[in-house]
Design a protein around this ligand. Sequence first.
Ligand code: COA
Length: 271
Amino acid sequence: MGIAARLREDIQTVFRKDPAARSVWEVLTYAGLWALLSHRVAHRLWRGGLKFPARFLSQATRFWTGIEIHPGARIGRRFFIDHGMGVVIGETAEIGDDVLMYHQVTLGGTSLEKVKRHPTIGNNVLIGMGAKVIGAITVGDNARVGANAVVTRDVPANSTAVGIPAKVVKQDGVYVRAVLDGAHGHPHVLAPAPARPAPARPAPAVMDSALNALDPQGEAIGRLLDEIEALRQRLAVLEAEHNFPHPASTGGPVSASPASEWHPHDIEAVV
Ligand SMILES: CC(C)(COP(=O)(O)OP(=O)(O)OC[C@H]1O[C@@H](n2cnc3c(N)ncnc32)[C@H](O)[C@@H]1OP(=O)(O)O)[C@@H](O)C(=O)NCCC(=O)NCCS
């Protein structure tokens, strides 16, 4: 594909992915577009063994656009970084085709070894603003990473991962509650019957829910607190029935109570 055709494709990509884009002249001012064009040159220099000029160009582009793409990173076609400021893409990162990324995204490494240490992003992936995707992990095709998520494990294809650390909340259009499984990227559903059909959303729903709150850990803690409260109440019933002094009134721990007065059947009867 020639340079002009590739540039035309890049500009069309911006029009497809940014509803705010109005004219070609306007698009030509986009930092994300210039960062991509500069990266293509830097990557060629890098692969040709001209490491210092490649690095110099990459750093100069960072100074100019606020977007730092290591010249070693491999990027597919129709990549678009919207807004751009604060984006960092590491040396061994690989990005597929049709990926959309917003400002302050990091594709970072977690190892200090000179090995593959940055993420591999599949085709048609969306990475929301501020998301941090770290380590030599894989984000599957058509996945969506929510704004401000911190992703440390593989994300399955066709899923949505949000939060810190990121959890899969949607898979193939169905809501789930899951923990990312580092070994295979398959979601492990925690709750017994949490699946519910996803409500129909208008086509460009990408940004609709960015401000919605979801806190799976908070939910789990809430459930634990409820369970502790229920156990407390059952214990109070037992203590009342068996005339047990409350540990606070005796000044000692529960185990100081006369064990001979207890039998496991007593508990089962109440529970
Ligand atoms: C994740 C995202 C892509 C939506 O994907 P989706 O598959 O359509 O997911 P939904 O909107 O159905 O949301 C699924 C659940 O995740 C929650 N969620 C969505 N985005 C979230 C986020 N960033 N952080 C935490 N929770 C989020 C939703 O509230 C919903 O929870 P619920 O089931 O309790 O209601 C979108 O919310 C997002 O973050 N987009 C990035 C937008 C952006 O960066 N814009 C920059 C513009 S400058």
